[in-house]
Design a protein around this ligand. Structure first.
Ligand code: URA
Length: 310
């Protein structure tokens, strides 16, 4: 990347980060514990990622229950469970009936993919999604919305489904909610390249309605396969639909936000409010709750946590 582009990207990230910090109630710029952290955050090398990330991912993250006893085990999602072997792609043909799928045992994960194999697998899956007609949403879509960000990222943000802007651009979270999500990411001291973003459903529900259970059942296996390929260290579930897509039926988002859950008994999930909700309820309290959830995520990743007003 050209140095000027890089500086421009850096300046915009710092601006977004400062705005989000201010919106969360910070009264001064956060301190960074050591200049090495600044240098590390400017580098794109994997070594700059937090502890536990230095070695390439050959296996799923260690069972976080040992590190964070508060993490609750969730029931497997009631949707058709994608084959866990990372070399198998979900078919675009009609899904198994949800009732039958609900009783499917969770298979053991296959070998982890890395680098090019991971990208190739996701490219094939994205093409499958493009051709998908498994549910009625395909009829009204402009295009499918698969993902944005870095497939090698250790952090995934999962939303509900595309809105009008996403449907038009073919990328998740590019509208108003996406702009706030970008601010949140920058506020965490992360770059776009540090995260992978996707949705439970890949086609826009008409009038931005919540996806129907049958639409979730058709589409969530694609998300499951994305996550199987990426194997992030932490997932942030944005809103109640994302939580249900990842974990199955649970309490409402207000009750469970801020409390660690486990995806497929191995990956910590932090449920938090959807950015669209934060935009609708832009109170200091709501923002502070989201910020506290994101701080927990940074701690889990072993990343520096920007401090408030210190
Ligand atoms: N809301 C979502 O849940 N996902 C998007 O991609 C955009 C808005």
């Amino acid at each position: 990347m050209d140095v000027r582009d890089e500086l421009r990207e850096l300046a915009s990230a710092v601006r977004a980060w400062a705005e989000w910090q201010a919106e969360c109630g910070a009264e001064a710029l956060p301190t960074v514990s050591h200049p090495a952290d600044v240098l590390a955050s400017l580098e794109r090398k994997p070594a700059a990622r937090g502890p536990g990330r230095a070695a390439p991912r050959q296996a799923p993250a260690p069972a976080p229950a040992a590190r964070a006893p508060a993490i609750a085990q969730a029931a497997p999602p009631p949707f058709a469970v994608a084959p866990a072997a990372a070399t198998t792609t979900v078919s675009a043909s009609p899904p198994a009936p949800p009732a039958a799928a609900a009783s499917a045992a969770m298979p053991a994960p296959g070998p982890a993919l890395t680098g090019e194999a991971r990208r190739n697998h996701l490219a094939v899956l994205a093409d499958t999604v493009k051709a998908c007609t498994r549910c009625g949403l395909h009829a009204s879509r402009k295009q499918t919305v698969f993902s944005r960000g870095n497939p090698d990222a250790e952090l995934c943000f999962i939303g509900e489904g595309p809105g009008a802007d996403e449907d038009a651009q073919g990328l998740p979270f590019v509208g108003k909610a996406g702009q706030l999500l970008d601010k949140m990411i920058a506020g965490m001291g992360l770059k776009q390249d540090d995260v992978y973003i996707a949705n439970c459903v890949k086609c826009r529900p008409p009038n931005n309605r919540v996806p129907e259970p049958s639409e979730m059942a058709s589409c969530v296996p694609y998300l499951q396969e994305q996550l199987e390929v990426i194997r992030p260290r932490v997932i942030v579930a944005l809103g109640g639909t994302a939580v249900r897509g990842l974990l199955g039926p649970t309490d409402g988002i207000t009750k469970i936000r801020g409390k660690w859950r486990l995806y497929r008994a191995s990956i910590p999930v932090m449920p938090t409010f959807h950015p669209a909700y934060v935009l609708r309820q832009p109170t200091k309290e709501v923002r502070a709750m989201v910020w506290s959830d994101l701080q927990q995520v940074l701690k889990e990743l072993g990343r520096p946590v920007p401090t408030r007003g210190s």
